[in-house]
Design a protein around this ligand. Sequence first.
Ligand SMILES: [Zn+2]
Ligand SMILES: [Zn+2]
Length: 290
Amino acid sequence: MDYLDIFFKAFKGTINWTWRSIVFDVPWYTNYFWGLIVISIGVWCLELLFPWRKEQSMFRKDFWLDALYMFFNFFIFAIVISGVYKVLEVVFSQFGITMKSMALIDISNLPKGIQLLIFFVLLDFVQWFTHVLLHRYTLLWRFHKVHHSVKEMGFAAHLRYHWMENIFYKPLKVFAVMLLGGFEPDQAYVVHFIAITIGHLNHSNIKLTYGPLKYIFNNPVMHLYHHAYTLPKNKKYGVNFGISLSLWDYLFKTNYIPETSGKITLGYDDDYKMPKTFFKQLLYGFKKRD
Ligand SMILES: [Zn+2]
Ligand SMILES: [Zn+2]
């Protein structure tokens, strides 16, 4: 089979899977299409019932733009890229590099709960590290600016990010799974749904810190400061890089929560230059001056 065949087979397979998800023709616990909608409506209701910034409107600034991003990054981009990833997988395997070539630990014999925990923590750590790099290197930051262009925070801002970020996060995520010998626990969907929920909550207009669990789990108060316009002098590359877990920020001393009013200016230095429309943002970041 040539690469073009492999590409189109994967591409069509993902379109088919997405369509079957929309029409409820997949097991409910793997249905990310409706899962994302249910989690979004749930967190949105919580925002409306228990708002942190009471003056924030139901349809805050850029609500619909962010809603568009949610579906684009989760489904449209996934369809477009699936063929590319499949071809890469085949190319690597021809060089003898497979998901099993770097197996460090075999977790397949451990109890299911422990497998899921290891999978969750390892994946979260590599994403935390990638996020630090997105802030540290100008080339990556140009694309990550799209996520930081949010000026009014709400749950849907979670998935407002440039499609290039999917590509930046991929290598270390694959590496993490390779360390586990290419092993994804049967119930990995539990981890993915938990991560989506925590991510939505982190961006929501709800004052939540989970009490003493704040040292483990990322939360809306902590993540709001990740989006702060003004950063502390000694942390010019950013603070609170956590994805689902806040643990890494406390361990590596990148944590920063000076107050909890929720009323801070969001964005970054030249955020007024960010194009306002979705299609212009898709092309943003490729030019040096961006
Ligand atoms: Zn960031
Ligand atoms: Zn964010």
